[in-house]
Design a protein around this ligand. Structure first.
Ligand SMILES: Cc1cc2nc3c(=O)[nH]c(=O)nc-3n(C[C@H](O)[C@H](O)[C@H](O)COP(=O)(O)OP(=O)(O)OC[C@H]3O[C@@H](n4cnc5c(N)ncnc54)[C@H](O)[C@@H]3O)c2cc1C
Length: 400
């Protein structure tokens, strides 16, 4: 079905989701006037995006590092995995620069920097620089998250430092995804190390916890870990920090007709891992395709089976945080690397899902699975079809 393309589009928030969507709208030939409302005056290199390099997207050519091998230390043993797709790193600074340059060349896109949305009244966007009346609103403002998580959610909190050593200390052939040799008393804690060169790396301390940790606790964890691993001659080049919600099916419903949530607000961070970069790319592409056809509307962030598996994994992490190092160790040791990567990047098929489920302690997995209601796709005699399209349906993607 095709219809009329929208004429006036407002994108609230020029973060990853807002900028990715604008590039997709341009690539899909959407001619509407597009206004992006963004409080920042200037963009800085404020974060690092990592994911497995499984597919194409508008920022792929900017990937700065690729590691064909990754390591996980479960506290007792180290596991080393090599897959077909490398683990990839993108600098936010490069992503922003590329998107802003394209926006500057597009006569129909206007970026209102230094402007904050104050209120959304239907499709009327009230900002501190005036009111915008749009046919279509994509809302990428950060969602409000409770300070204390309820029994079904965690907060992934991390602080990272870009450091330089005066000696060769990093093995650039592999990155360290999770090293659980950190004190586990504040939550599920691990170190994450992305080496750019033998002397430079991003080193992050991450904790999955139900509550927000007091300021300084993560820094303390990171300080201690750095002091143990790199006793002297270390210079800090920069830092980043964040808190990513680990909530199954976080996505907000559209607040009204013609208002479509995007990014974190639409549930991009995966409930059991927090990975959001590739889901945002797929979601943006699917939303833009709908707008270009003249049938703009919401798109589910991911399939129902993935949502269900996330609930089960999250239930396990919440119920048995002490078992997390061993659970992750089993996954990385027991599931063939390519299968696990497809599962983690939401590109898995039934055999990949099965391999992941059977790598975990079966009794525990079944207990948590029984406590989480089945996705509609698995229930007998579904009565209703999903009202929205899927950005990433559960069917596996064709693989070469
Ligand atoms: C430090 C950090 C590292 C991350 N690393 C990874 C990673 O390695 N891999 C991965 O998959 N995911 C990662 N994530 C998770 C996720 O990919 C990012 O959070 C991503 O930026 C989410 O995109 P977004 O557009 O939803 O949010 P953002 O990029 O945060 O964009 C939200 C935008 O809304 C704007 N805004 C706020 N208030 C208003 C307002 N009132 N009016 C208008 N605009 C407003 C903000 O200025 C911002 O530009 C990371 C997150 C953080 C914080």
């Amino acid at each position: 079905m095709t219809g009329d393309q929208p004429r006036e589009i407002a994108v609230l928030g020029g973060g990853l989701a807002g900028l990715s969507l604008v590039l997709q709208l341009l690539d899909h030939g959407v001619k509407a006037r597009i206004t992006v409302v963004e409080p920042r005056h200037t963009y800085t290199d404020d974060r690092t995006w990592c994911f497995w390099d499984t597919e194409d997207h508008p920022f792929r050519h900017l990937i700065a590092d690729r590691w064909p091998t990754w390591r996980v230390h479960d506290g007792t043993r180290a596991h080393r995995c090599t897959g077909t797709c490398a683990y990839a790193r993108l600098s936010a600074g490069d992503v922003y620069a590329h998107a802003l340059a394209r926006i500057a060349r597009a006569p129909n896109v206007h970026l209102w920097r230094g402007t904050r949305v104050q209120r959304l009244d239907g499709r009327r966007v009230q900002t501190d620089a005036g009111t915008l009346a749009a046919d279509l609103v994509y809302d990428g403002r950060p969602p409000r998250l409770p300070e204390t998580a309820s029994g079904t959610r965690l907060l992934q909190q991390f602080v990272g430092r870009r450091i330089r050593s005066d000696r060769d200390v990093f093995d650039t052939s592999a990155c360290e995804l999770m090293d659980f040799r950190l004190p586990q008393r504040h939550g599920i804690a691990f170190l994450y190390v992305l080496p750019h060169s033998p002397r430079e790396a991003l080193v992050e301390a991450t904790v999955f916890a139900a509550t927000r940790l007091p300021a300084g606790r993560l820094d303390g964890l990171l300080d201690d870990a750095l002091a143990q691993r790199l006793p002297s001659g270390v210079e800090t080049l920069g830092s980043e920090r964040g808190a990513i919600p680990m909530v199954p099916n976080l996505g907000e419903r559209a607040s009204g007709p013609g208002v479509i949530p995007i990014g974190t607000r639409a549930g991009a961070p995966r409930g059991s891992t927090g990975y959001a970069f590739l889901p945002i790319q797929r979601h943006s592409r699917a939303l833009a395709a709908r707008a270009a056809r003249g049938t703009p509307g919401p798109v589910r962030m991911r399939g129902r089976i993935t949502d269900w598996l996330d609930r089960v994994f999250l239930a396990r992490l919440i119920a048995r945080p002490d078992a997390a190092p061993d659970d992750f160790g089993r996954l990385f040791a027991g599931v063939p690397a390519d299968r696990l990567v497809r599962f983690l990047m939401e590109r898995g098929g039934p055999l990949d899902h099965l391999a992941v489920m059977t790598a975990l302690p079966t009794g525990a997995f079944l207990r948590h699975a029984a406590a989480v209601s089945l996705p509609r796709a698995l229930r007998p005699h579904p009565r209703q079809r999903a009202p929205v399209a899927d950005a990433d349906p559960d069917s596996p993607v064709p693989r070469s």
